[in-house]
Design a protein around this ligand. Structure first.
Ligand SMILES: [Zn+2]
Length: 485
């Protein structure tokens, strides 16, 4: 197939081959560049980085509103820290990048996550209950030696995330934090980025290494596979015991801290944003995170250029006064059609076309990226642009919600489960247990049906009626089974 040039759309249709579509769109829209050629490590280009910056901004604002304070921790972790909590190091050992021959007596690892850096600092910073809660976070790159096939943004050996590490005086407060983290995912990933999720309390065998329990967020990709987005973990007192991190309670007695961790991987959430909203012309970016929210394309001849450009810059300042990010594409070398394709590919929510006809009637032609609707509106009506942006985002979110909601199927036997997951859905079934004793049935789900037990809904108590769909023992849980990335 002949390679299309930038701005000329995509070769692959999203519905026909999501995986190829995704690979094509992230390169053509200049989100990433894979040509550096290091497995699992990618170059994120300015367009991708600007979107990620905007995503960070929303997320950090919400975290700070909820009492988190920023920090920056070292990218390396001494071996004696990383190995302190036994389950933690057991789980992470195969994935750790060790730094060799640095010429000192200390062995260091590139951080895969930072519990073993924050907890020793909690020990120093927290004296008594008065210092609690202590809620910290950092923007960080983390490194995990993933041996499975890597995919840009979806699965890599380095990703960009925020990690929150919080300390509390009681288990109740720590558990409340887990709920608050789920709420943050809802407020930011769902409400702002438009990516719906199912908060799943993971089974015992699938929790974070070192946690008491983990709640992950499962999101559907367009091919029906699930991708894990932010997870939040109740660490309990496991890390504080390993690091001897104590505080004096109100009775002046020493107690171990209760800790939690929350990790939204912004680079991976970007994969969901792209996958969820994009179409056959390219990206569709939510108004809230698009680096350019409105692009203006002036259409002029040599004769009317001055007049058109003057009016264009007036439209630009009108929008800027509304605090909207605007770009004027006045490149003389490119035809308007080429520009339309380029900015559609890049996912800009609104495009303004402004030429002789529009100038005469004091109007603009407005193109809306998701509906592809083109209409003439009065220039003065552009003062409603923010509202139009909100409506744009609401449409994206509702479309994504509809896709997601329709993909849960109640299943009563193995055949039905198999059929459900093979058609890109998640099966809801009765299950014996999500504690250790359920692991045999979970393995059977994997080997016989090709799916994973994702866990139980964390925001709803679902009471099972009947027996485990695999072993036939009385069910204690309603679990969800799907295929995952
Ligand atoms: Zn069972």
């Amino acid at each position: 197939m002949e390679e299309k040039r930038q701005g000329e759309g995509l070769n692959v249709k999203k519905e026909e081959n999501f995986s190829d579509w995704f690979s094509e769109v992230i390169e053509k829209a200049e989100i990433v560049d894979l040509r550096l050629g290091v497995k699992g490590f990618i170059v994120i280009r300015p367009w991708g980085a600007q979107i990620i910056e905007n995503m960070f901004e929303h997320l950090e604002k919400e975290l700070q509103r909820k009492g988190h304070k920023p920090t920056f921790m070292p990218s390396v972790i001494p071996k004696e820290n990383l190995t302190k909590e036994s389950e933690h190091i057991k789980g992470f050992t195969p994935e750790v990048f060790w730094l060799k021959s640095i010429g000192e007596n200390q062995e260091l690892a590139l951080r895969p996550t930072s519990e073993t850096v924050y907890t020793p600092m909690f020990k120093l910073w927290v004296r008594s209950w008065r210092d609690l809660p202590l809620k910290l976070y950092q923007r960080a790159h983390v490194f995990r030696l993933d041996t499975k096939a890597t995919r840009p943004l979806i699965r890599g050996r380095e990703f960009i995330w925020i990690e929150c590490h919080d300390a509390f005086a009681s288990k109740e407060e720590a558990e409340k934090q887990v709920q608050e983290d789920i709420d943050t995912t809802e407020k930011v990933m769902h409400q702002i980025y438009g990516v719906p999720f199912f908060p799943m309390k993971r089974p015992e065998w699938d929790k974070f290494a070192g946690a008491e329990y983990t709640v992950g967020s499962d999101c559907f990709m367009p091919d029906g596979k699930l991708i894990q987005q932010p997870s939040t973990h109740l660490m309990g007192q496991k890390f504080s015991k390993a690091f001897n991190a104590k505080f004096k309670n109100k009775e002046d007695k020493e107690e171990y801290l209760w800790t939690t961790a929350y990790g939204p991987a912004v680079s991976r959430i970007l994969a969901s944003v792209i996958a969820t909203h994009g179409d056959d012309s390219g990206l569709i970016l939510p108004f809230s995170i698009s680096p350019i929210q409105v692009v203006i394309i002036p259409i002029f001849t040599n004769k009317n250029k001055e007049e058109i450009m003057e009016k264009t810059s007036k439209i630009k300042s009108l929008l800027e006064k509304k605090d909207v990010k605007v770009h004027v594409d006045d490149e003389a070398e490119k035809r308007p059609g080429e520009k339309y394709h380029l900015w559609e590919l890049k996912g800009i929510p609104f495009r303004i076309e402004f030429g002789e006809k529009e100038m005469k009637s004091d109007e603009i032609t407005l193109f809306t990226r998701d509906t592809k609707e083109k209409k003439k509106i009065k220039i003065a009506d552009l003062s409603d642009i923010k509202k139009m942006g909100e409506e744009f985002d609401r449409r994206l979110r509702e479309k994504a919600d509809d896709f997601s909601k329709g993909r849960i199927l109640d299943c009563n036997d193995k055949k039905e489960i198999k059929r459900a997951i093979e058609s890109g859905k998640m099966a809801r079934v009765n299950f014996c247990s999500t504690e250790k004793e359920g692991i045999k049935c979970a393995e059977a789900v994997e080997t016989q049906l090709g799916g994973d037990v994702r866990g139980t809904l964390a925001n709803k108590d679902e009471i099972p009626k009947g027996d485990c769909i695999i072993c036939g023992k009385p069910a204690t849980k309603v679990v969800y089974i799907g295929k995952s990335y």
